[in-house]
Design a protein around this ligand. Structure first.
Ligand code: ADP
Ligand code: MG
Length: 403
């Protein structure tokens, strides 16, 4: 990732009557027909409003749910017209297809500065297949393409990749902010750099760990996955979540870290209990060497948190994915909350650039009340993880190629 892409700043101030196709991620979670979290809609608003203010005809492209190439009324983007109207404070109309002559005719009646939301891109099976014909059908509806959906950029789909080959292409405001923050965290960071990787399993993050050891100076491992690394060091982790089949992989991460001069930090003390429940009577803190056969590790301990805080104090950059403990259940949130607050304080003081991402990580930072104090928090799930793996994201590569 080079940050070599065009943004809205490269567009003329006057876009009167220009049809701008904007790929947004409007894939909001729904519960009983109502939106349960509108974060993604809100994230799309600045780019939409800016383009409309410049006189563009703003045409929104998005997937919504998993219709798998079929028309599903419960996954129609028509359901998003009202919430988007409310959030933008402008009128938003629905266009019944994301390609083709009927959509083109509807768009012809739109005036400068107006907003249309095109039907779910995934109603066409060509979307996920990156079908060039579908990309052409979409591109035919517009003059320019703006991609503002970082969270969909790890997919090479017609609306994220194919279309960017066919129209002048630009990163929207949210996309640009995300790419700049990620570049600052791992592309060209101020050193030393620390990474915190936690969460339940090593298996879901092997590629992340393998990439990070070549990029960062300190790799802090917490969460359930730390147990596998402790076990690889010959430590008895009792009944803890532990992936015994991955001890060899853990060993190889240690070796690669050593070769790359990356220090791996594992906890020396842990919070254990005999049952996984809120405030269980068997709760205790112990040294990692003292975990009993019937106990499980559910958080890292206070001495470890203090030592890790000192590591962060000596670092200039932090990238964080995954909670340090089973933070949804008290008191196993304590390490995550404490280290997140240290990172937030260092960020506030200007000594640390802090970038975090991942579904549960964002929830944990919100729980700690510090998400707003981090330099950047990515709400992209899969795309953020693939970026942490060092992979090229097709949607981003398409913007770079276009530039
Ligand atoms: P993210 O969504 O941020 O990428 P993950 O999905 O990888 O994070 O991991 C989050 C989950 O890991 C949480 O549900 C948390 O309860 C769990 N977890 C963290 N530490 C432990 C532990 N020691 N034992 C069991 N589960 C844990
Ligand atoms: Mg998760």
């Amino acid at each position: 990732m080079t940050n070599d892409f065009k943004t809205l700043d490269d567009l003329p101030d006057d876009l009167t009557g220009k049809r701008v196709l904007v790929r947004v991620d409007l894939n909001v979670p729904m519960v009983d027909g109502a939106i349960s979290d509108d974060t993604r809609l809100r994230a799309a608003v600045p780019t939409i409003a800016e383009l409309a203010d410049k006189g563009a005809i703003v045409l929104l492209l998005s997937h919504f749910g998993r219709p798998k190439g079929r028309v599903r009324p419960d996954m129609s983007t028509a359901l998003l017209v009202k919430p988007l109207t409310e959030l933008t404070g402008r009128s938003v109309r629905f266009i019944e297809d994301c390609q083709g002559p009927e959509a083109a005719r509807a768009i012809e009646t739109m005036t400068a500065g107006s907003i249309g939301i095109l039907e779910n891109t995934r109603f066409h099976s060509g979307e996920e297949l990156n079908d060039p014909e579908l990309a052409k059908g979409m591109a035919g509806l517009g003059d320019l393409f703006v991609n503002d959906a970082f969270s969909a950029a790890h997919r090479a789909h017609a609306s994220t990749d194919g279309i960017a080959h066919l129209l002048p292409s630009f990163a929207g405001r949210a996309m640009a902010a995300e790419l700049i923050a990620l570049q600052r965290a791992l592309g060209d960071p101020d050193r030393p750099v620390a990474a915190v990787v936690g969460g339940a399993k090593v298996s879901s993050k092997l590629a992340v760990l393998g990439h990070l050891v070549t990029k960062v100076d300190h790799l802090i491992i917490g969460g359930g996955m730390a147990n596998t690394f402790l076990a690889a060091r010959g430590i008895n982790v009792g009944k803890s979540l532990c992936e015994k089949d991955l001890l060899g992989e853990a060993e190889s991460i240690f070796e690669r870290a050593e070769a790359a001069n990356c220090t791996i930090h594992l906890p020396y003390d842990v919070v254990v209990a005999k049952e996984f429940a809120p405030n269980p009577p068997s709760l205790r803190v112990c040294n990692v060497h003292e975990v009993a056969a019937d106990e499980m590790i559910l958080d890292i301990g206070p001495a470890a948190v203090e030592a890790l805080g000192d590591v962060l104090k000596n670092c200039r950059t932090l990238v964080w994915n995954g909670p340090l403990g089973a933070f949804e259940t008290k008191p196993f949130d304590e390490a995550t909350v404490a280290l997140a607050r240290t990172a937030a304080a260092l960020t506030r003081q200007g000594s640390l650039v802090s970038v975090a991402g991942g579904g549960d990580t964002v929830a944990a930072l919100n729980h700690a009340g510090v998400a707003a104090e981090f330099t950047f928090v990515s709400t992209a799930g899969g795309a953020f993880l693939e970026w942490m793996e060092g992979r090229t994201l097709p949607g981003v590569a398409a913007l770079e190629r276009a530039a």
